[in-house]
Ligand binder design. Structure first.
Ligand code: CP
Ligand code: NVA
Length: 309
């Protein structure tokens, strides 16, 4: 059966930890400029309906560094569901390339692509989840910690795609998490239900800052929500990560952000650029974890037989 990454729920704890270990190994090899050609002759198609810096560059770089290649398809090229149905796009791409990496407005489109493709599909962000981001984020924490299960992750902001994938990851990896959103911007009920017992939800950012080791935020106005900008900025007042709020934080707290940041809205310059910020490690690790992810989904690296799925 083909493997996809539509939701972080597509991976279990053993698979995620296996990917972390592989990523650590490969990261070292690439830092030593070793040549690894496991993807020779393989092509990944990037089907993007929204802009991207990190996701596009890290996927294209990963494919090329591993000896494969990439094709970037912009919204104008494909016009999913308008010029052609999602089903037809999935079936055609499956005859030519080895992997689909999709960034779209709707989780239903991501799922439909998976259903009609005979090749692996990776969700590179939709309105519901951003599983590749959460994988890189948890890898970033795992790299720094002896025991990842001992940390507490706090998310302050919009209970949106990035928050959802982090919550799913917290449940799978057995990490305690707190989420503070304004009233009406809580995560989806189904994700709250899934992560029950691990993730605490509140409308008070101070509660989160006081208790968490890693403090994460994301933009208040996500791609596609530009028309709601004024209302959102009003509704999110009090949720900015700034020096004042961080006076309540633990001594060694770390700041995380998926980026892009809207500086001066959800986070201030001094915090984003400050000594507690690990946002560039997160961004770098997008590349490292995605190399292993591609190899895993294409069955080019396998869970050792001693590790039962
Ligand atoms: N974090 C992230 O997905 O960045 P891009 O939107 O630039 O890809
Ligand atoms: N929530 C943001 C994440 C960007 C990586 C968005 O969807 O625009």
């Amino acid at each position: 059966m083909k493997k996809d990454l539509i939701s972080l729920r597509d991976l279990n704890k053993k698979e995620i930890i296996f990917l972390f270990k592989k990523t650590k190994e490969l990261k070292k090899l690439f830092q030593k400029k070793k040549v690894i050609n496991l993807l020779k002759g393989r092509i990944g198609a990037l089907l993007f309906e929204k802009p991207s810096l990190r996701t596009r560059v890290t996927f294209e770089t990963a494919l090329k560094q591993l000896g494969g290649d990439s094709i970037y398809l912009s919204p104008q090229d494909v016009q999913m569901g308008k010029r052609e149905s999602v089903k037809d796009i999935a079936q055609n791409l499956s005859r030519w390339v080895d992997l689909i990496i999709v960034r779209t407005f709707s989780h239903n489109i991501t799922k439909e692509l998976k259903e009609y493709s005979t090749i692996p599909v990776i969700n590179a962000l939709d309105d519901y989840e951003h599983p590749c981001q959460a994988l890189a984020d948890y890898y970033t924490i795992w790299e720094r910690e002896k025991n990842i299960e001992k940390i507490k992750l706090g998310f302050i902001g919009d209970g949106n795609n990035v928050c959802h994938s982090l919550m799913i990851g917290a449940k799978i990896l057995e990490i305690d998490m707190m989420v503070a959103t304004p009233n009406g911007y809580e995560p989806d009920k189904e994700i709250i239900e899934f992560s029950k017992g691990r993730v605490y939800i509140t409308n008070d950012p101070k509660e989160v800052v006081k208790e968490c080791d890693y403090i994460y935020t994301d933009v208040w106005v996500s791609m596609g929500q530009e028309s709601e900008k004024e209302k959102r900025i009003r509704d999110f007042q009090g949720f900015q990560i700034n020096s004042e709020l961080l006076k309540l934080a633990k001594r060694d707290y770390k700041i995380m952000h998926c980026l892009p940041a809207h500086r001066g809205e959800e986070i201030t310059d001094e915090v984003l650029d400050g000594k507690n910020s690990i946002v560039l490690d997160q961004a770098e690790n997008r590349l490292h974890i995605q190399r292993s992810l591609i190899l895993y989904l294409l069955n080019l690296i396998k869970l050792p037989s001693s590790i039962k799925k």
